[in-house]
Design a protein around this ligand. Structure first.
Ligand code: F0G
Length: 464
């Protein structure tokens, strides 16, 4: 008999979280203009807003913090990190940045011009934001299966290579500065990309002499899925798989807040020295000198250790299985979620959960608000509010999927927390027929509105 898996770590320190009452939460969310980003953390019981920078560091990472070398130039912590990045990714040129979007900002400042087209599997919102801010287009070439929330495809993050070929045929070559491949694909539900697909995308990019850039925020989780699901990788280590994955690309941007197992940080890594040289100019302007780029020495040290820990199989097995445990509980209750389960999060399908709420009343946001009011659980809308308006027509772009993401921080919550979340959701699901109305926007920023948007409840009361 196979033994159940158990966490390959134990607790050395605890952080208390504060329960609250239903009445308190109703008041707090109204004061927050029904935007979960506006809630202060003391008003949240289980925080699933993001898995980004919210994980727990290990004792070895904390120990490394004490060894941080804060020299402005040539820090030893920088050298440690550079070595680990090269060992894990194979990229010889490396620039630290303060987080992932900063890496995008620096690299895209070199590569993206007005009128360009950047194809990829569903771009993350900051990636898209940095492309559109430069008056270029982020072209989504994800496979159609990704939009079917039930169909079991092992690699729903894959690029549809026919769509990618079309992108190259429909645009002059010089208009496509690079292709971006996000592993795992956050916007498509934390779904992985297969090695076969990465290879094929790389082959197409080479054919058109176009660089392939990996958005590597969750590369280790992607490598785990390749090991578990793709033939020929069963016996390879996560580090071997990661190294192979990066070998097909020309560079990467990294939000180290995910698979770097740190609370803040990021980097760019590249194969080409010339591109690196161009990027250094923007790194110095926007981030900091080449050997710190917006990071403390101690944080670079912790990241060096974190990258090694995140690419260990035992850690990843616990991580991915904890997320799947929550997913299985929800499926047992009949709750519609994206399947197969993503690596870092479970995604509730609001189109199926609350079809009674009109789409232009932001049904996924309405569900996320209900989850907070009912259980003090903070998820995040990945639907019409996040998709934002078309930059040219300024009208809402309705994405195919209206989701609520429950992102699980790494090494932070227990299985009991997962059981609690499932119980709260079951309660909401059992009374879902009463949900009729949603919310209207009363204030929104010109770009990336979801962070600061203010909403108003449409009466009659949407739920309860
Ligand atoms: N790329 C992906 C795939 C991401 O998921 C994120 C961040 C970024 C880039 C940007 O990195 O936050 O360090 O600037 N995702 C977070 C999330 C915010 O909640 O999914 P960052």
């Amino acid at each position: 008999m196979n033994l159940p898996y158990a966490e390959p770590y134990k607790t050395k320190m605890v952080e208390y979280i504060k329960p609250s009452t239903l009445e308190e939460r109703k008041k707090w969310i109204a004061e927050a203009h029904y935007n979960l980003f506006n809630l202060t953390s003391d008003k949240v019981f289980i925080d699933l807003l993001t898995d980004s920078g919210t994980g727990a560091m290990s004792d070895k990472q904390w120990a490394e913090m004490m060894l941080g070398d804060e020299s402005y130039a040539g820090s030893q912590s920088y050298l440690k990190l550079k070595d680990v990045v090269e060992r894990i990714t194979g990229f010889p040129f490396f620039l630290p940045t303060h987080q992932g979007r900063a890496a995008e900002n620096v690299l895209f400042s070199v590569l993206v011009k007005e009128g360009d087209v950047v194809p990829g599997n569903a771009h993350f919102d900051t990636t898209k934001g940095h492309i559109e801010f430069r008056k270029a287009t982020a072209l989504d070439c994800t496979i159609d299966e990704a939009f079917d929330t039930i169909i079991h495809h092992p690699f729903k993050g894959n690029i549809d290579t026919a769509k990618l070929e079309d992108a190259f045929s429909n645009n002059p070559n010089e208009r496509i500065p690079f292709v971006v491949l996000t592993v795992t694909c956050n916007t498509a539900g934390g779904q992985p990309v297969s090695m076969e697909n990465i290879k094929e995308v790389s082959r197409i990019c080479k054919k058109y002499n176009t660089p392939l850039i990996i958005d590597a925020a969750r590369f280790a989780e992607n490598a785990y899925f390749i090991k578990i699901r793709e033939k020929g990788y069963e016996d390879k280590s996560i580090k071997e798989i990661s190294r192979e994955l990066f070998s097909y690309a020309d560079g990467m941007t990294m939000s180290a807040k995910k698979d770097g197992l740190v609370n803040m940080g990021g980097f760019i890594a590249l194969r080409d020295e010339e591109l690196y040289k161009q990027a250094t100019v923007f790194n110095i302007m926007y981030e900091g000198f080449l050997t710190y780029g917006g990071m403390n020495g101690r944080d670079m040290g912790a990241l060096a250790v974190g990258l090694d820990e995140a690419t260990e199989f035992d850690y990843l097995e616990t991580r991915i299985n904890q997320v799947a445990f929550l997913g299985e509980q929800l499926v047992k209750h009949g709750i519609p979620v994206i399947q197969p389960f993503g690596g870092h999060a479970i995604f509730l399908d609001a189109n199926k959960f609350v079809p009674t709420i009109p789409r232009d009343e932001y049904r996924a946001q309405a569900l996320a608000i209900e989850l907070y009011i009912e259980g003090g659980i903070r998820g995040v809308e990945i639907g019409t509010i996040l998709a934002d308006r078309d930059p040219f027509t300024h009208k809402n772009r309705y994405p195919e999927l209206e989701l609520v993401r429950l992102a699980i921080p790494r090494r932070t919550y227990s299985l009991n927390h997962m059981r609690y979340i499932a119980a709260v959701l079951k309660k909401i699901y059992d009374t879902r027929d009463q949900a009729k109305r949603g919310y209207r926007i009363v204030d929104e920023a010109p770009i990336m509105r979801h962070f600061t948007v203010k909403l108003e409840k449409i009466s009659p009361e949407p739920t309860k």
